[in-house]
Design a protein around this ligand. Structure first.
Ligand code: C2E
Ligand code: CA
Ligand code: CA
Ligand code: CA
Length: 276
């Protein structure tokens, strides 16, 4: 027994060393990636079923790794949030998103709103002023940007976060509650914070209307959104049946593979240009 657990210990410590080595390497690589400008944004349109128009888009970060190709955010954003590197990556994302909207403004491209994801770690003093300064620098109105935050940010309900959220709203930024229903949902959040948009998490949209519990939950979420006057949007819509159910129950806006995957800049601009 003793020998066995001794071996276990050796095994686990070797495994732990490997893991911390991998972490150090990833951290170094991500810092290089920032220097070498290896991050890029894809844009996923948000679609209005009744008008058939693109009503907005979400900017989603990718990492163009020299050897591994396009790395999805799930492979580096959670890590960057843990280490704090998200502050530097988030700064790059905000710069790039706002610079791009400014460019589209000058080109006369009409996109009502672009959404960007903010990590909870980015809610620090100076956030509002930094985003406002970038908007001024690039000729962007704050109303043209929507900031997506998740419920985990609201969970702790500390005064600093609450103040920052209100200040962002007062500065004119639109606010979206992302992944609604997936975390520690608490309806009080929706009352306390000035959200414009509620994004229904993909896990609830999947399998509508055949999935009975999802159908009931989505109906309930849409009822809440309506009574609070918050605009709902569904994410991860993949089938015409899901889209139809959402439209019938008061959610005409969606984002999902059914309409379009997240697109590289060129593809997204072509799609916008092709609109009637
Ligand atoms: P999210 O904010 O919930 O973003 C939506 C994710 O769902 C995107 O994954 C998108 O590609 C995917 N998606 C959209 N439509 C469909 C669909 O119909 N079916 C399926 N199966 N998936 C769909 P992506 O781009 O891999 O991003 C994953 C997560 O990484 C995001 O989830 C977000 O939490 C994080 N992330 C992405 N970009 C950023 C960023 O710029 N900043 C921060 N802080 N986080 C980001
Ligand atoms: Ca999002
Ligand atoms: Ca989401
Ligand atoms: Ca989600």
């Amino acid at each position: 027994r003793a020998r066995e657990s001794g071996q276990d210990f050796l095994f686990y410590s070797a495994e732990m060393n490997r893991r911390s080595l991998a972490r150090v390497m990833l951290d170094t690589e991500l810092r290089y990636a920032l220097e070498r400008n290896e991050f890029l944004l894809h844009y996923q349109p948000q679609y209005h079923q009744q008008t058939g128009r693109i009503v907005g888009a979400e900017a989603l970060v990718r990492w163009k790794h020299p050897r591994r190709g396009l790395v999805p955010p799930s492979e580096f954003i959670p890590f960057a949030e843990e280490t704090g590197l998200i502050l530097l990556i988030g700064e790059w994302i905000a710069q790039e998103v706002i610079r791009q909207v400014g460019e589209w403004n000058r080109q006369g491209l009409s996109l009502p709103r672009l959404s960007l994801n903010l990590s909870a770690k980015q809610f620090r003093p100076g956030l509002v002023e930094r985003l406002q300064a970038l908007c001024e620098q690039h000729g962007v109105r704050t109303e043209q940007l929507e900031l997506e935050v998740t419920e985990t940010l609201l969970m702790h309900g500390d005064a600093q976060t609450t103040d920052l959220i209100h200040a962002l709203s007062e500065a004119g930024f639109a606010l979206a509650l992302d992944d609604f229903g997936s975390g520690y949902s608490n309806l009080a959040y929706l009352h306390r914070f000035p959200f414009d948009t509620l994004k229904i998490d993909r896990s609830f949209v999947s399998g509508l209307p055949g999935n009975n519990s999802n159908a009931a939950l989505v109906r309930a979420i849409l009822g809440i959104a309506e009574s609070l006057g918050i605009e709902p949007i569904a994410e991860g819509v993949e089938t015409a049946e899901e889209a139809h159910f959402l439209l019938q129950h008061g959610c005409p806006r969606y984002q999902g593979f059914l309409f379009s995957r997240p697109l590289p800049l060129d593809g997204f601009v072509s799609l916008l240009d092709a609109q009637p």
